[in-house]
Design a protein around this ligand. Sequence first.
Ligand code: FAD
Length: 453
Amino acid sequence: MNAINFLETRQLIGSTQRPRAIVIGSGFGGLAAAIRLQLRGWQVTVLEKLDAPGGRAYVHRVNGHVFDAGPTIITVPALLEELWQLAGQRLSDHVTLKCLDPFYRIRFDDGDHFDYSGDVERMRAEVRRISPSDAAGFENFMREADDCHRRGFEVLGTRPFNTVVDLLQALPAIARMRGWRSLHQMVAGHLKHPKLRMAMSLQSLLIGGNPYSVTCVYSLVNALERQFGVHWTMGGTGSLIQGMVKLLESLGGQLRCNAEVARIDVQDGRASGVTLANAQNLYADIVVSNADAAWTYKNLVAPELRSSWTDRRIARGRYSMSLFVWYFGTDRRYDDVPHHMMVLGPRYKELLTDIFKRHRLSEDFSLYLHRPSATDTSMAPPGCDTFYVLSPVPHLDSGTDWKKHAEPYRQAVAQALERTVLPGLSQHIREGGGIWSGALAAAKRLFPTAQPQ
Ligand SMILES: Cc1cc2nc3c(=O)[nH]c(=O)nc-3n(C[C@H](O)[C@H](O)[C@H](O)COP(=O)(O)OP(=O)(O)OC[C@H]3O[C@@H](n4cnc5c(N)ncnc54)[C@H](O)[C@@H]3O)c2cc1C
């Protein structure tokens, strides 16, 4: 970095005496890191390559329909509340969260469904309706999930795992949870009915993990949902992003959109700033990249500055699934469709094997259907509904030719919805072309796995 750029950069980022931090990416992670750094005395600039903040929580607005591109389920609002509290403010000053009931409906391929809620009595009744002999097993499952929550989330979840010693210290807790079992193995140890096994294990898919491979520690998601609820951000998940941006700006931090980082600059073995795609240099005392980790190392750090160990780890990394998402609006409301619904197909384990292991695009699918206008009329024009439907698919390294497959796949998904939960859909689609693949390229990330079953 030369002296002129250095001075220009200082003028650009601000003239305070605080040490400077650059955060790459304005998704939840980048914004949360920026807020915490700003509170700790850094002068923070968040750099975002897109025209608006949010990352995977970007928002598309089309003729009165508000489409949240990705996240829709808020599970632990306490973690968000903490950010505002640290700043002496309240989450409710910027964001309104609503706890949903039921959390979601799981529709099985035979038309039966399981309403999944935080009301334990109603959950017990649902379990007994489907399989009376699984009632006791369900109690044991909940107990074990609660234990995984205590050990895996409250204790291990708050610790960094930077060194071998950190890992060794975690081993006793992992051994007590018998964390070498897959989530599905653990669930199947308590529940016999295939529908209940699906209903209690599919939660890991919400965070990109195959229930047949991820460690049973992920049963903590079940406990988290029961303890904290499943929430919706009124106005859409994008409102939460806007709230975080306001919080950051109220603390003196700043967000710059349309600012793509081309390179993290390094001097004397330390990050010293970034170079933007327009060749502008920005100086910083620290750089935090909240773009995907493997992508950051491969694309933003010069090869000669990466250790061979880092390169090997990236090359060996196993990727999660991708998601095919179709966003559409209807000119009528489907009031018997709840806010969140899983529409399961005929196969469970085999479909997951196609997605995660064989990396093959199947003809059948299991879907997550999002209907935000069920809870929040601001998400659609009057008398209309806003939807997105999401299908887990093999990740992009599978070589699936999406240019060829996307439209037939979308049509197959639309037909399946019309046959099952959205009768007459083809006559009522109001918006729905052009942005169906929005989240596809974004949904590829590293995910820890237990031993395959
Ligand atoms: C379809 C879908 C549904 C999901 N549903 C849920 C859900 O219901 N609940 C839930 O909790 N999670 C959900 N997730 C996961 C959740 O969206 C992510 O975990 C979360 O949004 C990740 O946030 P992040 O800030 O870590 O990363 P991202 O949101 O990916 O943000 C990274 C940001 O970095 C920017 N960036 C990258 N490179 C550069 C660069 N060189 N220069 C400048 N900027 C750059 C990107 O543009 C992006 O804005 C879902 C994900 C998807 C795709």
